[in-house]
Design a protein around this ligand. Structure first.
Ligand code: SAM
Length: 258
């Protein structure tokens, strides 16, 4: 390896993407934190506006595919304001447990207030945690979901390995995430919407166009369907599969730990 190649390899290891920017790996976490501290209060309303309410269908599909049953222990990782946790709490019942884990205290606070207002208190715990270093014992959970969270994580491979470790044998991971549209036309229309409409909507409603520009950029930088499937396999998951939703704008990946 030449000196230049060594420098390049070193730089590649020490940097990562924050949207389209190349940033030091040590800085990404705090930059992502800035985004979610800023959008937390407006997060739910913006989700409905930006997706025309369709995120509710993507989440419903995820719940149905999870196969969560009464008595299960579920980890809703990067769970934010708790949409999935609310449904899981009803499904696992009084003998089960749902952990809503997120790295960001503002998102967790908004989620906890929302779920308490809905009267969901009994079987939910809130944990502030980084997906890369989960503070749970090995073989703890029947199901782990990470919805629209993985693309924000600095080292996705570490996060997938960490999730694998805390799942029970027979447990499964569901990753709901923006992905690559299947058709060129849809891709172009979606690009126009994401880069022209979204930041303006973010500026108007949440007074924060920059965070919503990051959202659009981070979606484009996220691995496509096949790449994410391979990453899950590399972390140890088996019987991996994915299902495209809304023409591949979003995909639900699933994998098992045996
Ligand atoms: N899952 C929720 C949903 O679908 O509405 C929230 C998704 S929100 C777009 C992304 C969440 O990922 C934020 O709450 C953010 O704080 C969280 N997050 C980002 N990096 C994380 C990390 N390294 N570990 C855990 N959570 C993280």
């Amino acid at each position: 390896m030449t000196e230049h190649q060594q420098d390049k390899a070193q730089t590649e290891q020490e940097t990562t993407h924050f949207g389209y920017q190349t940033v030091d790996k040590n800085d990404k976490e705090s930059m992502v934190a800035g985004v979610f501290h800023s959008v937390a209060q407006q997060y739910d309303i913006m989700n409905d506006l930006m997706s025309f309410g369709i995120h509710r269908l993507w989440k419903r599909f995820t719940i149905d595919a999870s196969g969560v049953r009464p008595g299960n222990k579920v980890l809703d990782l990067a769970g934010g304001t708790g949409d999935l946790t609310a449904k899981f709490s009803q499904l696992v019942g009084k003998d089960g447990k749902v952990i809503l884990a997120d790295i960001n205290s503002s998102m967790l606070n908004v989620g906890r207030d929302k779920l308490r207002d809905k009267g969901l208190v009994q079987n939910i715990e809130y944990v502030q945690a980084n997906a890369e270093f989960l503070p749970f014992d090995d073989n703890t959970f029947d199901v782990c979901t990470i919805a629209f969270g993985l693309r924000n994580v600095t080292n996705k491979d570490n996060a997938l390995k960490s999730i694998f470790r805390v799942l029970k044998p027979g447990g499964r991971l569901l990753v709901l995430e923006f992905s690559k549209p299947e058709h060129e036309f849809l891709s172009k229309a979606y690009d126009f919407y994401s880069f022209n409409v979204l930041p303006q909507m973010g500026e108007l409603v949440a007074k924060d166009g920059e965070s919503y520009r990051y959202l659009a950029e981070s979606i484009r930088m996220h691995p496509d369907q096949e790449t994410l499937k391979t990453m899950m396999e590399d972390a140890g998951f088996e019987q991996t599969s994915y299902h495209n939703l809304t023409g591949g704008i979003v995909a639900l990946h699933k994998g098992y730990k045996f």
